[in-house]
Ligand binder design. Structure first.
Ligand code: SAH
Ligand code: SF4
Length: 362
């Protein structure tokens, strides 16, 4: 992309791209105009946001606009440090941007029409400290910018696919707590949904939170409101606080009230994620409390088999039989419930396994 624009601008070399400039991929047409981009800002935005236009020069990009982009924005996409393919078709892509590494996971789904779900990171590391999660062991390094979040999507499409955006769904279930970085996440979503860019429907984007109530309320007001997923993972306050420290700030009752305020569209459901931990949250009483907590909430309960890792010693996965019994009991009580198929386990791309850097052993 950078080379293409430099050619269009008649400039040479990458030196004119200024590291301190904002990422070109996080600017919507209005922002390009405000900052002084000459020519058609719609055309410039379109060329930046559509990877399938990067390899050819038609439609032509206004030369002055190309020069302006080279001089006033950072045109570098997050760099692929490595990508690792799993036996089930999942690819874990490690990106580097601004000196930090973060990950995206590309998951093709081979149903009748080929579709891809991309699992995105919103932060480098995570500061929420959930006991069962490998990313927590990194701590929070920093927030990703909207340009880096959008860049993850565009770079992954360019490298692995899909070729066009009508086959793409996005989930913010990689590294980080998206609602601790809600401004950049909301701006990234608006950019990804812009009709002159990928034009994604916000219904195909899911933001998963550990329960940051302030952020849930803010997301509810987003101009392009995505689907919401909540990582519940426990049915009593003492257990939830023990495994998810965020529960100290917003407890189960406050969380349930926040979901009650969510402005549901017709047929919309909130995904409630529940990692199954043997002896911690998989008792018969948990079923009863879960049913009570979900009462009146349009939901899809997603039971997630726990992926053990070095940062959670002593935590064990509920047996597959226990997961099935648990699901059956919830179903019998009227809940909508599915069991998540864990993908990419052999390349550590599965839920809660994303960790980069010192001590990860990978
Ligand atoms: N921070 C956000 C999104 C990323 S985590 C959140 O917590 O919702 C995505 C999902 O992976 C969450 O539902 C989380 O509960 C789950 N998860 C974390 N560690 C896991 C592990 N070791 N095994 C299985 N699922 C895990
Ligand atoms: Fe952060 Fe989510 Fe992991 Fe908790 S489960 S530490 S919020 S990434």
């Amino acid at each position: 992309m950078l080379e293409l624009l430099e050619r269009a601008a008649g400039a040479g070399g990458g030196e004119s791209t200024r590291a301190a400039s904002p990422s070109a991929f996080g600017l919507v047409p209005e922002q390009l105009a405000e900052r002084g981009c000459p020519g058609s800002v719609n055309n410039a935005f379109q060329r930046l946001q559509r990877p399938w236009t990067w390899t050819h020069v038609e439609p032509p990009l206004h030369q002055a606009a190309a020069r302006w982009l080279v001089e006033h924005t950072d045109l570098r996409l997050p760099e692929v440090e490595r990508d690792v393919g799993a036996s089930d078709g999942t690819t874990r892509v490690v990106y580097r941007s601004g000196g930090d590494a973060f990950e995206a996971v590309h998951m093709p789904r081979d149903v009748r029409a080929p579709r891809v779900t991309m699992c995105l990171s919103s932060q480098v590391g995570c500061g929420m400290g959930c006991r069962f999660c490998a990313t927590a062991s990194m701590g929070l390094v920093r927030n990703l910018s909207a340009g880096e979040i959008v860049g993850q999507v565009l770079a992954t499409m360019d490298r692995i696919g899909p070729k066009t955006s009508n086959q793409l769904s996005l989930v913010f279930m990689g590294m980080g707590e998206p609602l601790h970085n809600v401004t950049e996440v909301v701006h990234a979503i608006s950019t990804l949904c812009h009709p002159l860019g990928l034009g994604l429907s916000p219904r195909r984007i899911t933001v998963s939170t550990s329960g940051v109530v302030k952020g849930i309320d803010e997301l509810a007001r987003a101009p392009r409101r995505p689907r919401l997923a909540l990582s519940l993972n426990a049915t009593t306050n003492p257990t939830r606080t023990a495994i998810m420290p965020v529960n100290r700030k917003w407890d189960l009752a406050e969380l349930r009230a926040a979901l009650g305020r969510w402005p549901f569209e017709a047929r919309e459901r909130i995904t409630v994620e529940y990692v199954m931990l043997a002896g911690i949250n998989d008792a018969d009483d948990d079923v009863d409390r879960l049913v009570a907590w979900l009462d009146g909430l349009p939901h899809m309960l997603n039971l997630i088999p726990f992926n053990p890792h070095h940062a959670a010693p002593g935590m064990r996965a509920s047996s597959p039989e226990r997961v099935s019994e648990f699901a059956a009991a919830l179903h019998a009580a009227g809940c909508r419930v599915t069991v998540r198929v864990n993908r990419g386990r052999d390349v550590a791309a599965a839920c809660g396994q994303l960790v980069v850097g010192a001590g990860s052993g990978r």
